[in-house]
Design a protein around this ligand. Structure first.
Ligand code: ASP
Length: 350
């Protein structure tokens, strides 16, 4: 359930902030010492700079606000519906979100918002907004500015993006890589699409072009998927039992290097049995950078031969949310497999 709060009224450009929670709006509990979410009014008091913008800035808050560890696909749908409802009225959107699962939400929204022609900028912070050394103010203020920026009369960033620590990334390319540094996110396989210094430099050649079609919001996600990291010594029992899960429609295998997995007989047999049952299998690499190339080594040729789909340079966040999106919106197995291999929103390099 969301609640709307009006902040400023009256000028040309308008930005809607969707506040979902996260450290950015947390305070320390006096007794337990734990960080707990507060409401947006208190954030606004800590960042008076927001009032200096010559934009209309409205806020809609999740009720209750969340630590992002509690984010679920239903929350992604709630965010997508808010954007759909307010799409015509605002030039850009900023989503305030906990950093822990921010990359998952950014990826999910990128698939759910087809033909997005306005900026949807996710940000958060590592320190609460009330702390002296907080990174929250810079992240929030610059995210608002990016959401409002137009170049030659057109939105500068018509896509879902993540702004953190002076860098703007494509939303479905980021991963949280650090739990204590301000530089919390990285996008190894796709360069930042903008950088904030004295000026905000937009790398327009890396940013999505304005779509020709109208916004289409997809609200069906299917969570019948699983992720299996492969490791040396993985036991047959553990592996086979995961594949047997009745409700499973697709799995993501996190393999070694360029998509390599053990070549032991039992491993291949278990996968083959799963493939014969119609389970969709996607191969992504455990390496933070680089791509899957099935067939480069013998240890991945067998996967390709049984129909495992090479996930190229998809992050695990993008692979999970893309699968949920495709399973939710497509009924044909062959179509899901085809679409997994191609770039829908710039999430992979073909
Ligand atoms: N646990 C917090 C969250 O993801 C961490 C953060 O916001 O940085 O909501």
């Amino acid at each position: 359930m969301a609640r709307k709060l009006k902040t400023t009224v009256g000028s040309k450009t308008s930005v809607l902030i969707i506040y979902t929670g996260g450290t950015i709006g947390m305070v320390q509990d006096h007794i337990s010492g734990e960080l707990k979410p507060i409401d947006f009014k208190q954030i606004k008091e800590q960042v008076p700079e927001i009032r200096k913008f010559d934009y209309n800035i409205d806020v809609v808050s999740f009720k209750p606000v969340l630590d992002s560890s509690d984010m679920r696909p239903s929350h992604w749908i709630e965010m997508a519906e808010l954007i759909e409802k307010h799409y015509a009225a605002y030039d850009g959107f900023v989503i305030l979100h906990g950093s822990d699962t921010l990359a998952y939400t950014a990826s999910a929204l990128s698939f759910m918002l087809e033909n997005l022609g306005k900026p949807v900028i996710l940000t958060g912070s590592q320190l609460p907004v009330g702390e002296i050394r907080t990174d929250a103010k810079e992240n929030l203020v610059t995210a608002i500015e990016i959401a409002a920026t137009r170049i030659d009369g057109k939105p500068a960033v018509p896509e879902v993006a993540v702004y953190f620590d002076y860098l703007l990334f494509r939303g479905n390319r980021v991963t949280k890589i650090n739990s204590s540094k301000f530089e919390a996110f990285q996008s190894i396989n796709y360069q930042p699409i903008a950088e904030a210094g004295v000026h905000i430099r937009f790398h327009t050649h890396l940013i999505q072009k304005l779509p020709s079609g109208k916004l289409k919001v997809h609200k069906k996600l299917n969570d019948q998927i699983g992720v299996i990291p492969i490791y040396p010594g993985i036991s047959k029992d553990w592996f086979a039992n995961q594949l047997k899960c009745k409700s499973l429609k697709a799995i993501i295998l996190q393999t070694f290097g360029s998509g390599n997995a053990p070549s032991s007989g039992w491993f291949i047999e278990e996968l083959q049995k799963a493939a014969d049952r119609g389970l969709i299998m996607i191969n992504i690499t455990q390496c933070p950078g680089g791509t899957v190339e099935q067939g480069r080594y013998t240890t991945s040729s067998k996967l390709a031969a049984m129909g495992v789909i090479g996930g190229a340079d998809l992050t695990v966040e993008a692979a999970i949310t893309k699968l949920m999106f495709l399973l939710g919106t497509q009924s044909k197995l062959s179509e899901i497999k085809r679409l997994m291999k191609i770039s829908l929103r710039g999430e992979l390099t073909n």
